[in-house]
Design a protein around this ligand. Sequence first.
Ligand SMILES: [Fe+2]
Length: 335
Amino acid sequence: MLKNILATALVATIGFSATSEVNIYSHRHYDTDKQLYKMFEKNTGIKVNIVKAKANELMKRLEKEGKNSPADILITSDAARLYIAQQKGLLQTVNSRVLNAAIPANLRQKDGYWYALTKRARVIVYNKDKVNPSELSTYAALSKPELKGKVLIRKANNIYNQSLLASMVANDGEKSAKAWAGAMVNNFARTPKGSDRDQMKAVAANVGDVAVVNTYYVGKLLNSKKTSEVEVGKKMGVFFPNQKENGTHINISGAGVTKYSKNKENAVKLLEFLVSPKAQSMFAEANYEYPVNKNVEPSQLLKSWGTFKEDTLALEELGKNNAKAVKIFNEVNWK
Ligand SMILES: [Fe+2]
């Protein structure tokens, strides 16, 4: 079914042959992205065509299409999936001084297979009415017996959790990561279910006291059209863990040029545009993501949560240790 939808979408968008175009397979689904592509089209005359689906589906499609794939760029919302795409031979290297200058080394693949476009911090949020942030410290501390029955976090199959655990495997070793995951399961307020937003709704509804979520979801709640969601957002305090240790876990949304891209030059141009100060500010303002470009300030909302120390672990490690993280989640029965 999905394949048919994708095929139709592709024919519909790529059917008319623009003289200059770039074709994106993207796991991102935000209005900001659409606006950015429009700006790029206006600036360059290069038509942007986009197919949206889950990263795994897009990768399967790239594999199946092989040399005939119309895709030029793969965009995912997690570093591990970019690593996996690279391992599967779906991407090619890019050599761009613009990209290398804008994006810190730990946020891009060293040979140029993929690049971060935005940063996300996976933080602890807490119910401001119930929790004093001075009681919070690290991801590790969430697994202490004091928090039994109070911790909310989504399922093990979620890539953000897999990447968080993969970072612990890389930083602290497999044994320590497994001990943490096992102790976390003992502290769950409920069997994991729902999205990051749902974890915060559960905190607001007193199902638990703290949750682990990506920062932009707090922004999305605060700016929601539904008053009930705004109320949930207002109840949340944002706490950056591991400040005295390795720093808060960082993940990215990022992109790579596909192995069989037929419009590589346009693809690189688009990636360069997406890390330009203008595009980076838009990601921050409208989608509450942190800029990867060091010269761009985060939005007011992001600034209101304060500055923090980031874990500078090379993001490649999230992909390298993904299988271990999945195995650990299984072993400790994290649903
Ligand atoms: Fe997300």
